[in-house]
Design a protein around this ligand. Sequence first.
Ligand code: SAM
Length: 419
Amino acid sequence: MSRNREHGSDSDEPRNFQAMDKRKRPDDDYSNIPTVKSGIPQLDGRARFFIGKGDLVIVKLDSDRPEVVVAAEEVEIPQNSRVLVMNSNEGFIGVTLAATNPSSRFFLYESNLAKSSLSQRNVEANAEIAPNAQVVSEDQLSNLIAQGVNVIVFRPPGFVAQELIEDLIAFASRSLPIGGELIVITHKKSGGERHAEMMKRNVVGKVEVVSKSKGGFRVIHVQKTAESSQEVPSLKAEIEIDVLGQKLSLVTEPGLFSREHLDSGTQLLLESVDLESFQRLLDIGCGWGAIGLTAATINPQGEVYMADVDTRAVRVANENAQRLGINDRAQAVATEDLRTLPGNFDLMLSNPPFHADTKVLTQLFEAARDKFAKKGNLCIVVEQTYLKKLQDILQAVFGNVAVLRQDPVTKFTILHCRK
Ligand SMILES: C[S@@+](CC[C@H](N)C(=O)[O-])C[C@H]1O[C@@H](n2cnc3c(N)ncnc32)[C@H](O)[C@@H]1O
């Protein structure tokens, strides 16, 4: 690929995607935050890459995030392109490509809200070297596609179902115009071959490995020459859950937690609490909605909110509420901060992401605590290995924690905190 190809002009830029106001806020003081060291001249000593909400940054880019260096060195973006960076994760690849391709505009999309916020933070922190990068939300994505992108850069996320990756590649194929380019940055150990096969199945055009770098990374490129006639199979699966005498027919998607059946920890939680008398219930980390939807079905007077950081999970949970005809009083919301939800809750239930670090879980439960009604109960299910960690966190946040039930077979424990 040649770096000198041009893609149209940027002059008729649609208004909705004007770069956000990236002026520094008065409290943004980066003077003590180290800049990244890398072999990329546009970044070296100028870029700051945060890896979370605090001030932790990546300093040695080449060793810590080699895929970013691969993107900067091996991905060629035609001049004046409009580029969607799909699954932007922490935003490093999007910001780096923006800094190294200043004539093009980069739109970073990520379905996980925590990562999307991190992308936003990294975009803001690097506004001087990459003013041509911006984050797009789930709601803005279809608008952006309608307005047109001519390149999609995709780094498949690790630890997700291959079907989900294929679905994203099919989405990229549908979203590109004829002549548009899909560039996948992958690794030979994490499915490089399979990703190339998926591109062949879903994009009409010549799929080529354009770079094989030392660390095992692969950059695979295809230019779309025609619309694909490939039927994209629906990823949705219908499942029936049978809990507390209720049989609910629901849909799930790959990549969502326990997508084939009701998780046994979730089932134990549902069977351990009184679901008949709550007024307002919050399902924290709802996934496809197992807890909130069951509770709303059992208690037809109750109002239910379901929250998750994954915008896909929220979309599916809302679809399920609609399927069950209870969407007037059961709704899912994508949020990173439970405090943004309206009103307070007398019952909160969760099968929480117990693998998350203590800091993240503490923040999650602190936000939950702030949403308690005058009197309230929180019950969560915990796997044995994480029991002590979760007990300590809940004790610190709520000032009390008790074991409500322990299942000798599955080793799941239900913990209870009250206000
Ligand atoms: C173990 S799954 C439980 C899903 C569902 N409640 C169930 O029982 O089947 C945990 C869920 O928490 C979500 N999650 C992770 N971090 C979160 C956070 N900080 N705030 C809200 N949800 C979060 C994940 O996306 C995931 O859907």
